[in-house]
Design a binder for this molecule. Structure first.
Ligand SMILES: *Cc1c(COP(=O)(O)O)cnc(C)c1O
Length: 233
């Protein structure tokens, strides 16, 4: 068995334990493999071990990978910051976008999705950290944007995504995820939400404890990233 297959197996085993511990057996957590900076060969190793959901942050990097992987039945998730001049390609080459935080971007994604067979699945990125610089909506802005996006015909609003400030403090991890979950819960029935995208390699257990439905795991599957991505201006 390859290293990547081994790591995936270990994560699934742990996932089952954590689901059982927090009473999540009946609402299992989906595993999104975040492959940014990792090779197509590594992605194929994960695929052959059963992984189907892949997340990428950078459009150009992902488009070249998709060209190699066009015969694989992968569900592609865009999870990085979105520049408005990239919306057309993102809408046409991905199944999901997790990082929507502006109406203008949502409208452009909607327009570009027109004519395709299925709507584009969307999560709104919520920013619960106090830092002003991070992308994402302030919690007070979530409801009105969600209502506007829910009306766009070529998008399906599935829920929320968050990237809390990284910390090794398990209690603080839980506190941050709890906050995102409460925003999610307040809107869930009104907007038919079914997806709460939160939890990464270092904090996914806390995220599951607080109601995550999709964890986004990179380094715990593929190993440390080998480069810092250069920005795509
Ligand atoms: C890179 C990235 C991840 C995965 O991070 P790891 O710590 O490697 O698991 C998850 N979500 C987003 C938005 C990312 O950019």
């Amino acid at each position: 068995m390859t290293t990547i297959a081994h790591r995936l197996q270990a994560i699934h085993a742990n996932l089952h334990e954590v689901e059982a511990e927090f009473g999540r057996q009946h609402s299992p957590v989906q595993l999104l493999a975040v492959s940014k900076s990792h090779s197509v060969a590594s992605m194929i190793e994960a695929y052959e071990a059963g992984q189907r959901l892949f997340g990428e942050n950078y459009l150009q990097e992902c488009l070249s990978k998709q060209a190699f992987l066009k015969d694989y039945s992968i569900e592609w998730h865009f999870i990085g910051p979105i520049q408005s001049n990239k919306t057309q390609a993102i809408a046409q080459h991905f199944d999901w976008v997790h990082s929507v935080d502006r109406l203008k971007i949502a409208q452009r994604l909607n327009d570009a999705r027109q004519g395709m067979q299925t709507p584009l699945n969307i999560c709104l990125q919520v920013n619960i950290s106090v830092e002003e610089t991070k992308s994402g909506l302030h919690e007070n802005e979530v409801e009105s944007l969600a209502n506007e996006i829910a009306r766009l015909p070529h998008l399906t609003l599935r829920g929320l995504m968050a990237i809390p400030a990284p910390t090794k403090d398990k209690a603080l991890q839980r506190t941050q995820f709890k906050k995102v979950h409460s925003i999610y819960q307040a809107l869930q029935s009104q907007l038919n939400f079914d997806t709460l995208s939160m939890g990464m390699s270092e904090d996914y257990e806390a995220a599951i404890a607080e109601g995550s439905t999709m964890i986004r795991i990179g380094s715990a599957i593929f190993g440390a990233r080998t480069y810092k991505q250069i920005s795509e201006a």
